[in-house]
Write a protein that binds this ligand. Structure first.
Ligand code: URA
Length: 235
């Protein structure tokens, strides 16, 4: 990283002002005063000083909301060579998907390099609601819906109560808003398999207060300061 960029990213001064400070001989890297503007520093190894004050990089995290398309895996790299969500993101830093969506599920996936936020979003303790729009075979009746609403046990595994709302009902299938706070593997599909209304199509539209909104399939956006603030404030 160039010295003036390092300085700007440490909050010492703007990049332009940093260049002036370098030319004035006020900047030291390890034991050496540096006056060359393009000087490269290794943020891991080099120590940078302005006058005698040590400058440290302020680490800013990156937060992205992606509308995951079909046929793309949510992992960082796929052993089978399939397309991965990170390949859709044009960022130099390595970002990690927060949880997973199945290869045939579309919708909101957050990617970040902030481990603390990742943990909050995936750990059941924080109870973050995730909203899915599921197209399922047929239309579940009241009894079947109440199984999902009350929660159930399958093979010793507990499925917590879900919020379920039928949005549209057709002859062959129905569209159902499904809100869960857990993140078990294939959870929504397993819920509807259990009541014998298999999922035909699945899309996630929100994670807590973060909404997919009008983001097109395969596109992404940076989270707003407000959204980031919300993620950090989760307790
Ligand atoms: N539930 C599923 O079944 N699949 C997903 O991708 C997400 C939730």
């Amino acid at each position: 990283m160039r010295l003036q960029k390092y300085m700007a990213h440490s909050g010492a001064a703007s990049r332009r002002k940093s260049e002036e400070l370098i030319e004035l001989g006020r900047v030291r890297v390890n034991d050496q005063i540096i006056t060359e503007l393009g000087y490269k520093v290794d943020p891991e190894k080099d120590r940078v000083y302005l006058d005698d004050r040590r400058l440290r990089l302020i680490k800013k995290h990156t937060y992205i909301a992606l509308n995951k398309p079909l046929g793309v895996v949510s992992t960082v790299k796929d052993e089978k060579g399939r397309d991965a969500v990170v390949d859709l993101i044009d960022e130099e830093i390595r970002l990690y998907p927060v949880g997973r969506l199945d290869i045939d599920t579309t919708g909101l996936l957050i990617l970040t390099d902030d481990g603390a936020v990742t943990n909050k979003l995936i750990h059941p303790r924080y109870n973050i609601e995730k909203t899915y729009i599921a197209t399922v075979e047929g239309t579940p009746n009241k009894r079947e819906l109440s199984i999902l609403r009350k929660g159930f046990e399958l093979g010793g595994e507990k499925f917590a109560p879900a919020k379920i709302k039928i949005l549209k009902s057709f002859e062959e299938d129905s569209i159902i808003e499904t809100i869960i706070s857990e993140g078990k593997n294939h959870q929504v599909k397993r819920m509807y398999d259990y009541i014998k209304h298999p999922v035909k199509k699945l899309k996630r539209i929100s994670i807590g207060e973060i909404q997919l909104g009008g983001l097109e399939l395969g596109n992404y956006r940076y989270l707003t300061d407000e959204e980031i603030q919300y993620l950090k404030s989760i307790k």
